[in-house]
Ligand binder design. Structure first.
Ligand SMILES: [Zn+2]
Length: 389
């Protein structure tokens, strides 16, 4: 992955925040680092944290999209044993320097606990392809060593920030330039804009080169033609089970055809997505046979076991169906979301394929993924509400 830093361009940005916005856009311009609102960046002075707000995409982020917060007040929230995760998240808003500033990212506290002035956070494919295996800790120790210790999976927010702080305090050395977030992504940091951005790319390139050396980088392609059959019947059956019409997008690229024809598909494709947030688009599991009703009933039961009564907020019908003849069939509440889901699943396939080429691919727990579906989903409900007469 190419480092896009350019001294001549950097000189045009005369304030730290302008530089912060520029290198954030450099990160956001690469879909292998950041997808659909994922990832966030920050810059801090002695007393203020400037972090990307929610609702803006890193690819187009500008100075007004960053929110200034009282750094000491943020850090104090995490030190208060009386505050649970939800309580901490509610109190962040009160740390804003200006009430009209954008809502700070859910990952604000992660940025606050890192003692370095510049911090980058991305969900880089190559990092996940290294880390998302049964032997996550051993593999990451081999690839990244003290450059980037591993933080076990925690929900974004206070729990993740506390875990990052703890791992940083116990494992970071003077050589440490980042943290690997298991089943989530990567954090990198530095003394200035160039170093911090460069450190993120250094970790991603370490991952990429390690995968290449293991023969785990090249993705298989299958150029045998797909069946001429239509997936329309499947679309109608899933729509009927969901209770609202779903749009269909079919991926029959050579990469997709190689994926659906893997001999071990039933094992690799059913571990869960590379990061729990993907499940709001792709669901935790794909449909591997024609049994839409069976899938939906099993998925519903599983959500109810994990989420109790809250499970009613999450649709239980499949969004991805894998068929060795048809290809990858993607379903979305409309064409727009079907296309987004297709792109997210393509990145997922690359990560799962590469991880399975050097270890046993693994995802976060059923409980963590179910929680993410409830906590970060909801966009489909919004679309359906707007559609209602
Ligand atoms: Zn994240």
């Amino acid at each position: 992955m190419q480092n896009l830093w350019d001294d001549a361009i950097a000189r045009e940005y005369t304030t730290p925040l302008a530089l912060r916005a520029w290198t954030s856009r450099l990160l956001g311009s690469d879909r292998n680092l950041v997808l659909y609102g994922g990832g966030n960046t920050s810059y801090k002075t002695a007393d203020t944290l400037y972090v990307k707000g929610t609702g803006s995409d890193l690819a187009g982020v500008l100075e007004p999209h960053f929110t200034a917060l009282d750094l000491a007040a943020l850090r104090a929230l995490l030190e208060d044993p009386a505050l649970d995760d939800a309580g901490v998240m509610r109190r962040i808003e009160a740390c804003k320097r200006e009430t009209s500033a954008p809502k700070p990212s859910i990952e604000t506290l992660l940025h606050a606990v890192i003692p370095h002035p510049w911090v980058e956070h991305a969900h880089a494919d190559a990092i996940l392809a290294v880390a998302n295996v049964e032997s996550c800790f051993e593999t990451c120790a081999e690839v990244f060593g003290e450059l980037a210790p591993v933080v076990p999976y925690r929900h974004s927010g206070a729990a993740l920030a506390r875990a990052c702080k703890s791992v940083y305090e116990t494992s970071a050395t003077h050589n440490t330039i980042g943290l690997i977030l298991a089943f989530h992504g990567v954090v990198a940091f530095g003394r200035d804009a160039r170093e911090s951005y460069g450190n993120l790319l250094r970790l991603v390139n370490l991952a990429e080169n390690w995968l290449k050396n293991r023969g785990a980088w090249q993705l298989p392609e299958d150029h045998t033609a797909a069946k001429a059959a239509s997936a329309e019947v499947l679309r109608e059956r899933i729509s009927a089970a969901a209770g609202f019409p779903l749009s269909l997008y079919i991926d029959r690229s050579p990469l997709a055809m190689a994926w659906v024809r893997r001999a071990d598909l039933a094992e690799v494709a059913t571990q869960g997505p590379p990061t729990p947030q993907h499940a709001i688009y792709t669901k935790r599991l794909p449909l591997l046979d024609d049994d839409v009703e069976g899938y939906t009933s099993r998925y519903r039961s599983s959500l109810e076991r994990e989420l109790g009564a809250e499970a009613r907020h999450v649709d239980a019908t499949p969004r991805i169906a894998l068929d060795p003849g048809l290809g990858v069939c993607i379903f979305g509440v409309n064409q727009h979301y079907a296309a987004i889901t297709a792109e997210i699943y393509q990145h997922g396939v690359a990560i799962m394929t590469r991880a399975a080429a050097h270890g046993q691919y693994r995802a976060a727990s059923l409980a963590d993924i179910s929680f993410a579906e409830l906590e970060y989903g909801g966009f489909e409900r919004d679309v359906l509400l707007k559609r209602a007469p």
